[in-house]
Design a protein around this ligand. Sequence first.
Ligand code: PDD
Length: 280
Amino acid sequence: MIVYLNGKFLPIEEANISVLDRGFIFADGVYEVIPAYGGQLFRLSEHLQRLENSLNGIKLSNPLPQQQLVEILEIIVAKNTGDNQSVYLQVTRGPAKRNHNFPEQIVSTVFVMSEELKSLPPSTGVKAITCNDTRWQNCDIKSIALLANILLRRQAVEVGAAEAILIRDDFVMEGAASNVFVVIDGIAITPPKSQFILPGITRDLIIEAMQTAKLPCQEANISIEQLESATEIWVTSSTREILPVIQLDEKIVGTGKPGAVWSQVYKIYQNYKQQLRPNV
Ligand code: PDD
């Protein structure tokens, strides 16, 4: 695997950073995960805009001009194998003497890697659990400080579930690493953007695609009761796309199979991806 680190393209085994990097010491950094289908970076400007917002959120200015960042991402995709890839981009504040306060003058660390994204057959449905959202209050920043998310996902995996759906004050926020949609009375609903959720690129694309296809979709708060009575639940992300949840905690969701609305939206999403490919 060829990665990019601070100006150089090199094999991952040769990529090293200082142990004083504030990313290592404090998780002082932000990241993006960008899929590339058939060599084309998916919804790139949206991902770069979110990166910019995350950097602003941690008072770090983007160390690279946008055009240079795009070139790096494209080179990484070209240098790595896989028709479909998942590109990981991380910017940390960089190395400095350990101090909670960060210095004004510091050289950020920029790291990019990519791994193959295997195309999977349509999901037959997964299990999810509900958990109290134990994260901080700035979940709109795509921070590399993910310990709460990691432990929540682990809680799900330990009971054979694929995702933890996070509840704050009796309302659904998102998944440990995904956004959440529910279907109630045929209408797809996802929580509105706020400081308590990551503004998912997949989420926005689904809303946009459903509007274009004239399928009912709303951004509204979802209570735990609504979650429990939904006929469909989906979790969405760049790497998992749109996963239908067929069991929530101990209860079967809807018919216990991926729902009809999911099926329509899944097809639209696959077509959209397909259109990006060159020579199609
Ligand atoms: N995570 N919410 C959280 C907390 C996430 O970590 C993610 C994605 C999403 C979905 O965002 P998007 O549709 O832009 O991928 C929502 C990535 C995939 C990760 O951390 O690996």
